[in-house]
Ligand binder design. Structure first.
Ligand code: BDR
Ligand code: CA
Length: 315
């Protein structure tokens, strides 16, 4: 596709909310998803890759999938299958058959480097999982960061209210060394959608129920993949709505106009310490002298996000 389409590459550890984010990007009328790269995270990379394939099957699209790192750079893998189900997609994949799609043979980080050169300065990279593939790409090609027009990532706990440890958010906690490389790499336009922003932007249950009850194939998929997580969040944890970390990051990438408030500050990643490993340390009062290179998204127009979800799922 050409014209005024914006180009997107998505790096993902799909993941229920990743799958919804991918759906939003695929459904967006003026966005061309040029590739999806997969990484170990919520579940192992084989399951992640097959979850992406299921999501693409739903849209009957031939967006190429590149399988990425099966392990964090140094740490042992940690998964989040308690939230996402043992298959990473709410436990529904056993009842789905996969299409004929072939996964590309090129490794994700190599594909990221190559595609970034090919589309230099013209695409947004959306990172929805641990940052392993991106860190390897940064180390493979010193020019990589400058070829990425904009990087939007879901990750980090800016007030140290972690979900994977008391201080750390899952995507950073799962590969802190990779995150330290990415945050320190000097991406020219880096946007961060944190766990706290996720907590303050739930999809109210009334909207969630409306989306889940739409009579489309996509709504059927949405309802099935989210059912396990929704029950957990609604009944066990008592949240006021469905939490959508990765779709919020996708929404920021797809439509920056829905950002109401963001602050540009230095962010570093802590890689050592019993309590601090995986912490995203935000220099709120700019005492470090480090460049304020990360835009921390604080407030979004949630009605617009819900409307985007509606357009995605009703289609
Ligand atoms: C992040 O961790 C994963 O479980 C989700 O897919 C999201 O990317 C939220 O902390
Ligand atoms: Ca994710």
């Amino acid at each position: 596709m050409t014209g005024n389409f914006q180009k997107l590459i998505i790096d993902t550890d799909a993941g229920v909310d990743d799958a919804i984010a991918i759906m939003m990007a695929l459904a967006h009328p003026t966005t061309d998803v040029i590739a999806i790269t997969t990484v170990n995270g919520n579940v192992d990379v084989e399951k992640v890759t097959s979850n992406v394939a299921h999501t693409l099957d739903l849209f009957e699209t031939d967006v190429p999938i590149y399988r990425g790192c099966s392990h964090p750079l140094i740490a042992d893998p940690v998964h989040s299958d308690g939230i996402h189900g043992s298959d990473g997609l709410g436990g529904i994949t056993a009842s789905l058959s996969l299409g004929e799609r072939l996964v590309e043979t090129e490794a994700a980080s190599l594909a990221l480097v190559r595609l970034a050169k090919q589309h230099a300065g013209q695409f947004t990279l959306v990172a929805l999982g641990p940052l392993t593939n991106l860190a390897v790409a940064v180390r493979l090609d010193p020019g990589f960061v400058h070829n990425v027009k904009r990087l939007v990532l879901m990750g980090g706990a800016v007030e140290a209210r972690g979900n994977a440890s008391p201080a750390a958010e899952f995507n950073i906690y799962a590969d802190p060394e990779a995150a330290a490389i990415v945050f320190g790499a000097g991406f020219p336009d880096l946007w961060m959608l944190s766990w706290e922003a996720t907590l303050s932007h739930p999809v109210p249950w009334s909207d969630y129920d409306e989306l889940a009850q739409l009579k489309t194939r996509r709504a059927d998929f949405f309802r099935k993949i989210t059912s396990h997580t929704a029950t957990l969040l609604r009944e066990d944890y008592g949240y006021p709505g469905f939490l959508i970390p990765d779709p919020l990051a996708a929404a920021v990438a797809l439509n920056p106009d829905l950002i109401i408030d963001a602050q540009q500050l230095p962010v570093s990643v802590e890689i050592v310490g019993e309590h601090g490993r995986g912490l995203t340390s935000v220099d709120w009062f700019q005492q470090s002298g480090k460049p304020a290179s990360t835009h921390i998204v604080q407030q979004l127009d949630m009605r617009q996000v819900v409307e985007m979800l509606h357009q995605t799922i009703a289609g």
